[in-house]
Design a protein around this ligand. Structure first.
Ligand code: ARG
Length: 588
């Protein structure tokens, strides 16, 4: 389905042609003076040069062909040469009717669907999830849903950090505590226990303890590094411990992500890429891309026109160890082999940008990915506390994700209980649903690349540009629709009617922007524009609601028209929040 702006532009093209001007000047945009008009065309200004004519005269010529038009209630030339347009309410109603009858609400699916892989989440196994991982999960999940909505074949991969030094630390600490375990007996040849020698609670305590201890004790650190090395080279006992760690952690991670309404299709990690490293290194050497630099194997990735120095990609350290660059390159080898993605999108902290510039350049230059493969880095900013510094607990430590969520949920619960519209048990559940919306909307309403301030009070407010405000609006609509149904009436299949007042028209015009908005969000990978849009929709809806008697309207046809508009508004809003990754409760 066309966007409203496209339809109007086509109509304007006809008028430009009829007036003897090139249709290329007919482009219509949303008005930036909503007090004067709804849409506007600035083409006469540009045409003035080509036709050696005053822009206002051109505008007048065009406007002369737009009188008694089925689209425009008003088409007016204003000095110096703008064409101001107001749409006929009937035309808008027909557009919305088409939208309502379309399953995709007027959005067109990608004609050539792409295979897209999204690398997001990226938690490090055995380390507790902290707020730093929150943004990747929230943004990545939304991007995944947006790409999918447009009809692409999308796979989300969590890309676990499961192969690093933290594993060596845990092994070392475990050996210190329970040296009698068979994993540390080099002569043990039997079957290792199937039960892990720790719970998730213990595991979460072991890592920080070991990490702190290693910083103070060089010998311990060396041991942990060596254990990492042995694990990465296939040590039998350590591999068994690694499997336990993975098992226990992944179960816990799954629970955590489920609470966030975040779902991964692939639970792969850095470890899975290791087997691709030897072949890749061989290829890089053979084709002459890799060379030795002070003992390390590197690939040069500088490009002409670089303003800043881009250091070479590090493939192997002088001791032969693989690095972060190596793993990400090998992961691309793996992805190419298993999925042949047209595009890989990385949702990672923007401070890692240089690393991805190096990896992308190296992968392209060496043919690890095909020339047409698109590699996209979606870097996000830092989540700060109210003091403008990276978010911390009141005690100054790193805030754990669970605690952060609990804090929001408790705040939400208090607010819901203040309203006292629902019972205790429902309030708990609702607090979680609304709390998640508060967190996600608070994050996604900012442009991803920007830092933002995590403000519990503001995010949980029912007023202003917040998740709870959006949900409150949806719940309000749901409740009106439910009351209408209680009269034994259907809310589906009703017809939208031409707006009769400015509030109704404003809402209809807002709803009509949906498909254009989605296309912009998709092209720019910009979920924050969904937030901006639904905030506008919620505001225009609430104005309409306060100015209009909906259920008590005595003209039955008019009443049905309102209900049709409400049903469509609800569908637009719920589709949008689903793309953002949260849902609305029935009541709140
Ligand atoms: N585990 C990494 C970290 O916590 C993020 C991984 C991002 N993805 C990637 N392919 N490198 O910083």
């Amino acid at each position: 389905m066309n966007t409203l702006a496209q339809l109007i532009t086509k109509e304007m093209e006809t008028a430009f042609n009829a007036a003897g001007y090139d249709a290329a000047y007919a482009k219509v945009t949303l008005s930036n003076r909503p007090d004067l008009c709804e849409y506007q065309c600035n083409g006469a200004m540009a045409a003035a040069k080509a036709y050696h004519k005053a822009p206002f005269m051109i505008a007048e010529d065009v406007v002369a062909h737009l009188q008694e038009n089925t689209y425009f209630e008003q088409a007016e030339a204003v000095k110096p040469g703008f064409i101001n347009l107001k749409l006929k309410p009937q035309f808008v109603a027909e557009f919305l009717q088409q939208m309502a009858e379309d399953e995709m609400l007027g959005v067109e699916k990608e004609k050539a669907p792409k295979t897209i892989l999204i690398d997001y989440g990226g938690p490090n196994v055995a380390k507790p999830l902290h707020v730093g991982h929150l943004r990747s999960a929230i943004i990545g999940e939304s991007v995944k849903r947006i790409m999918r909505y447009k009809g692409n074949q999308v796979t989300g991969d969590i890309h676990l950090g499961d192969w690093g030094y933290q594993m060596g630390l845990i092994i070392t600490e475990l050996e210190k505590r329970k040296p009698e375990l068979p994993y540390f007996d080099e002569n043990f040849t039997g079957e290792y226990p199937t039960e892990a020698p720790f719970t998730i609670g213990e595991l979460e305590e072991i890592y920080p303890t070991a990490s702190a201890y290693a910083k103070e004790h060089e010998e311990y650190r060396e041991k942990a590094l060596h254990a990492t090395y042995l694990l990465q080279n296939g040590h039998r006992g350590f591999t068994a411990i690694w499997n336990h760690i993975m098992h226990v952690s992944v179960a816990d991670l799954k629970k955590n992500y489920q609470n966030l309404n975040v779902e991964f299709d692939l639970w792969k990690g850095e470890a899975d890429a290791q087997k691709y490293i030897p072949g890749m290194v061989e290829m890089l050497k053979e084709k002459g891309f890799a060379y030795l630099d002070e003992g390390a194997l590197v690939v040069d990735v500088r490009e002409e026109g670089d303003k800043k120095e881009v250091p070479p990609c590090m493939i192997l350290k002088s001791d032969g160890a693989a690095l972060y660059d190596t793993t990400d390159l090998a992961t691309l080898v793996e992805r190419e082999e298993l999925y042949q993605p047209d595009e890989v999108i990385y949702v990672v902290d923007k401070r890692q940008e240089l690393h991805f510039v190096q990896v992308f350049r190296c992968a392209k230059k060496t043919g690890i990915v095909r020339p047409e493969t698109k590699l996209t880095f979606l870097g996000f900013g830092t989540m700060n506390g109210k003091d403008g510094k990276p978010f911390k607990t009141r005690e100054g430590g790193v805030m754990r994700l669970e605690n952060l969520i609990r804090e929001i949920d408790e705040e939400m619960y208090k607010k819901i209980m203040d309203n006292r519209t629902v019972g205790e048990e429902e309030a708990q559940k609702t607090a979680q649903t609304v709390g998640l919306a508060a967190i996600k909307y608070g994050d996604l309403s900012n442009q991803a690349s920007k830092d933002y301030v995590f403000d519990v009070d503001r995010f949980t407010s029912f007023e202003g540009n917040t998740g709870p405000y959006i949900l409150y609006t949806i719940v309000r609509i749901k409740s009106i629709l439910a009351k209408y149904k209680e009269e034994g009436k259907q809310t589906e299949g009703l017809y939208l009617r031409a707006a009769e007042n400015e509030f109704e028209k404003a809402l209809m015009l807002e709803i009509a922007k949906f498909n254009e908005m989605i296309d912009t969000v998709y092209e720019e990978i910009a979920p924050h524009k969904i937030c901006a849009y639904i905030y506008d929709v919620a505001n225009t809806f609430n104005k309409f609601y306060h100015e209009t008697k909906i259920l008590s309207e005595s003209d039955e046809e008019k009443r049905a028209g309102y209900i049709a508009l409400l049903a469509l508004t609800k569908k637009v809003l719920t589709t949008c929040i689903d793309l953002l990754g949260f849902e609305a409760p029935e009541r709140m």
